[in-house]
Ligand binder design. Structure first.
Ligand SMILES: NC(=O)c1ccc[n+]([C@@H]2O[C@H](COP(=O)([O-])OP(=O)(O)OC[C@H]3O[C@@H](n4cnc5c(N)ncnc54)[C@H](O)[C@@H]3O)[C@@H](O)[C@H]2O)c1
Length: 286
């Protein structure tokens, strides 16, 4: 589907990748709702569009994607502002990392509530509204290449959430297609953004008992490299995937060998024998 004249709701839309997607969609005729936890990011993004005389095509909402009631209220606000949402971009995420031995329930709950739960909440909030309107649409979920390759244990919480977002996106595609709703999953490599600011993006209820305070302090010092991709380039890739309803959007080829190695290891562990009767019986019960 084309994006001109459409309305997109972008979580984490006021910084980094989400902001790059927002700029690309607005430049191609869409109106966007930027839903973000951080008021400073929302203010910067609003200022960016105001300077370009594009403020009328952009609406900002402060939202924590882990808060389901607030997300429903944000969807109502988006409906009231621009009419119904055609494109949902569930992109809000946090760059959680730290030694596995230091991870506590607070860290697991924080990482999974935002990086996976935020995507689930987007799906549950927006897809019924899209279905009810009956005009189709598109869902883009931001995962990561970290969900496709075997990651080191200090990234376990992040990798777990991102792998789940990939599986979620793959498995909902046939069901949403029945209502003309496409699905894409964005798997970025290194992109210029503020993802190192995880500590500032930790909602209050996930702070007590965290074992990652020192790791988050180290992460906050990380410098964004010139070698990393520009968010606007990612925006163009996402635009193409929406237009052509492509499932996978993978920004980098540098992890190709790692994907091959993992796939080879899975195939090596999988028996080659196939019981056709078993397959037929499972198909019959679908
Ligand atoms: N930058 C990368 O290299 C990279 C690589 C792979 C995947 N990703 C993924 O891309 C997505 C965007 O991240 P980014 O790199 O642009 O980082 P970013 O920090 O620049 O942008 C993320 C935005 O999400 C917002 N946010 C965080 N928690 C939120 C919450 N609970 N509710 C609503 N908004 C929230 C932040 O305020 C921020 O504006 C994330 O899902 C991230 O995991 C990024």
């Amino acid at each position: 589907m084309d994006v001109a004249g459409k309305v997109a709701f972008i979580t984490g839309g006021a910084s980094g990748i989400g902001f790059g997607i927002a700029r690309t969609l607005v430049a191609n005729g869409a109106r966007v709702v930027l839903a973000d936890l951080r008021q400073d990011h929302l203010d910067n993004a609003a200022e960016h569009f105001a300077q370009r005389q594009e403020a009328r095509n952009v609406h900002t909402i402060r939202l924590d994607v882990t808060d389901r009631a607030a997300m429903a209220a944000a969807a109502d606000e988006a409906d009231a502002t621009f009419g119904g949402t055609d494109i949902l971009i569930s992109n809000a995420g946090v760059g959680l990392e730290g030694a596995l031995a230091e991870a506590t329930y607070a860290d697991w709950d924080f990482g999974l509530a935002v990086n996976l739960g935020g995507v689930v909440n987007g799906l549950q909030t927006f897809v019924p509204r899209m279905r009810a309107r009956g005009t189709g649409g598109h869902v883009v979920n931001t995962a990561s290449l970290a969900g496709m390759v075997v990651m080191p244990s200090f990234m376990a919480i992040y990798a777990t959430g991102k792998a789940a977002v990939i599986a979620l996106s793959e498995s909902i595609r046939d069901g949403l297609a029945e209502d003309g709703i496409g699905v894409s999953v964005l798997c970025p490599g290194p992109i210029k953004s503020n993802i190192h600011e995880a500590a500032q993006n930790r909602p209050e209820r996930f702070r007590a008992g965290s074992g990652f305070a020192a790791a988050e302090e180290r992460l906050s010092q990380r410098k964004v490299s010139d070698l990393w991709m520009e968010p606007d380039e990612v925006g163009q890739m996402v635009l193409g995937a929406i237009r052509e309803n492509r499932l996978y959007v993978i920004t980098h080829g540098e992890w190709r060998d790692a994907v091959v190695a993992r796939t080879d290891a899975i195939l090596a562990a999988m028996p080659t024998s196939v019981n056709q009767e078993l397959i037929a019986s499972l198909r019959a019960h679908r």
